[in-house]
Structures are given as C-alpha cells and as structure tokens.
Design a protein around this ligand. Structure first.
Ligand SMILES: [Zn+2]
Length: 81
C-alpha cells in the first residue's frame, strides 16, 4: 500500500462538501493576544475547511525589570482564598 499525499498546502484542501480537494482562501478569523487565527474557506462552497493559528512576534510585558527566575513556567493559576 502506498499512500501518497502529495503537497497539501493551503492552496488546496479536501472539502467534504465538494467531495474533492478545492482551492481555498484564507481569511482572518479572529485576533488573539499572541497571534492571529486564520480560517481556510472553500472557494467553491464556502465551507470552513480548517484553521490556522499564526503566532506573532513574542510580545513581552512592558513592566519587566528585575531578575526572572530560571524556568518560571506557571501552568495553572490558583485562586486566592
Ligand atoms: Zn467545498
């Protein structure tokens, strides 16, 4: 069995509605605090075929003076109480 996927780029995605790969267009879906979310829409029927999150340049908070502890990775935030 040989499954050849070829080049699945943003210019062509499989559309379940059209039952075949269709050219898509990318549109801005929403803007995130750390990037943008784009959506791939079928050019033929307009179905949403997927999303892509584009992370912009790393923005750091302006108030940042002082030594940061190494490996400061806070996963979850605990409530005060
Ligand atoms: Zn379609």
């Amino acid at each position: 069995m040989q499954a050849q996927f070829g080049e699945l780029t943003a210019s062509g995605l499989y559309c379940p509605r059209c039952r075949q790969a269709q050219p898509v267009r990318e549109r801005l879906l929403l803007i995130l605090p750390d990037g943008e979310m784009h959506e791939y829409v079928c050019r033929r029927c307009g179905s949403s075929l997927g999303q892509r999150t584009v992370t912009g340049p790393a923005v750091r908070p302006p108030a940042m003076n002082g030594a940061q502890p190494t490996g400061g990775m806070t996963g979850r935030r605990r409530g005060h109480g």
